[in-house]
Design a protein around this ligand. Sequence first.
Ligand code: NAP
Length: 320
Amino acid sequence: MKAILVRQFGGPEALKLEEVPTPKPAAGQVLVRIHAAGVNPYDTYMRAGTYAVKPPLPYTPGSDGAGVIEAVGDGVQKVKVGDRVYTAKTVTGAYAEYALALEGQVHSLSPKISFSQGAGVWVPYGTAYHALFHSAKARASETVLVHGASGGVGSAAVQMARAMGLTVFGTAGTLKGRELVKREGAHQAFEHSKAGYADEIMKATAGRGVDIILEMLANVNLATDLKLLAINGRVIIIGNRGEVTINPRDLMARRASARGFTLWAITPEEAADIHAGLIAGLENGTLRPVVGKELPLAEAARAHKEILEPGAAGKIVLLP
Ligand code: NAP
């Protein structure tokens, strides 16, 4: 089968398309024919060798894929050959024609959702769900600012928060991004790179502030975020690429909090909760992954460059 291999940590050029043996499922494992693989920013950190988790080399990247069960190992009961699934982590990597996964790493994919959309489920929607419901404990009467709403996690969070009844604000750097943010359910969209955008957001709350901020770039925005919070407000730090100076008094004055998480450290109970919510939302139409770009698997290096560039518009997926 064809698969992307990383033999040395490095730049996007470290992603090479190679011919490798198709794996066979052991007991408790399944083989998924991957129809689409999702590209996430953390795939690029891992490839560069700068992420907290360093896989043994060589490795095939990718936790998020969607496809069809091709074969099952002994003892597998949850799925059968021919089932449509999305993956939440894999054993051998999703940037490939086939991926091995543990039985517990595959989840039923609604026939309403395309494979490309399915490749954008786990990390983006799992993160958005965990941020909104487990971490922020969002309530329908609250206002949420999705700071970085045009990408994978942000667009997912906008859909979820709107479906739950919150007042939803989103930011994006481009007009196309802001149109996407509104189309996916935000009541208002703001330009995060424009001087004075925070004043516009505060004005939109009539000076009260927002209850929740889901932050995709904390090193740039955290200090400003704290001043945008309402009393008892919460900033949930999802993305961060550096250091930042804040004034803790901004938290004290508002009885506010800032907290972060990584999806990798969630508990099995939280994961089960998330998948139950996602499977229901994909089935009932409240969750509709936005596919911005489909590229052939051979163009994985291009996908890794583009995912870090400004101007997000949904997910980038690779088609084996
Ligand atoms: P993505 O699809 O590449 O989207 C990136 C988003 O960040 C876009 O909406 C982009 O907006 C926005 N952005 C860029 N500059 C910004 C700024 N100055 N202020 C606010 N937003 C800005 O990435 P993603 O998959 O949504 O992930 C977003 C971040 O969360 C990444 O850093 C990722 O590593 C992290 N993440 C963390 C976890 C976790 O477990 N904690 C899980 C998933 C993702 P424009 O392109 O429109 O400018």
